[in-house]
Write a protein of this length. Structure first.
Length: 199
């Protein structure tokens, strides 16, 4: 018997055994209506509240918009499956995470954006890359489409596969000391730019 089985067995025994009927958990919070107003405007406002920058563009202008953001920045890395060309960028080779410390910027896609919290979620599928790719370089440019923006966390969770790794990002990396002095870039990208693509 593994330690996990022993712990779970002890929990089951404390709860009255495996024959006990399941507890009914209310889930009415999932029925909260979306906020009033435009979802994309709210998403933009909340992302910017975190000191991140939102750039809105049409799908046809995506490549040019990202190219302008990264103009003159050396050593840009993109994950496999990004779906559009980033001039001068190289595809991530999966090398050690320490090697990513020399990367100036990374461009990825997102899995979902949450309007009420200003959060972007990556599940590290095609175009999103490995987790280290979005946590080590100093600048992260993340592409979110209008169709990926949902009202709240319950709607985002419903779209995500719980078996996949996830990274939830609310603004650039930041921390504060006991005097509440904010410091950005201590444990992740100092700059977050979200490119919001509308049809």
């Amino acid at each position: 018997m593994s330690a996990r089985d022993a712990v779970l067995g002890a929990v089951r025994a404390a709860l009255g055994g495996a024959d006990r009927p399941p507890v009914e958990v209310p889930r009415s919070y999932r029925d909260v209506p979306p906020p009033d107003g435009d979802l994309l405007d709210l998403f933009t406002e909340r992302v910017e509240d975190y000191r991140a920058r939102v750039i809105r563009c049409a799908a046809a202008d995506l490549g040019d918009t990202v190219g302008e953001l990264l103009d003159g920045i050396p050593n840009v890395v993109v994950p496999e499956g990004l779906g559009f060309e980033v001039p001068g960028a190289r595809v991530d080779d999966g090398g050690p995470a320490a090697a990513l410390d020399t990367v100036a910027a990374v461009v990825t896609l997102a899995a979902v954006g949450i309007a009420t919290t200003g959060t972007i979620v990556l599940d590290h599928g095609p175009g999103q890359g490995r987790r280290a790719l979005t946590l080590v370089p100093d600048r992260h440019v993340c592409v979110v489409t209008a169709a990926q923006v949902v009202a709240g966390v319950p709607q985002a969770v419903a779209r995500l596969d719980p078996a996949r790794p996830q990274t939830w990002i609310s603004g650039p990396s930041a921390t504060s000391d006991i005097e509440l002095s904010r410091v950005e870039g201590v444990h992740g990208p100092r700059t977050l730019e979200v490119v919001l693509v509308s049809p």
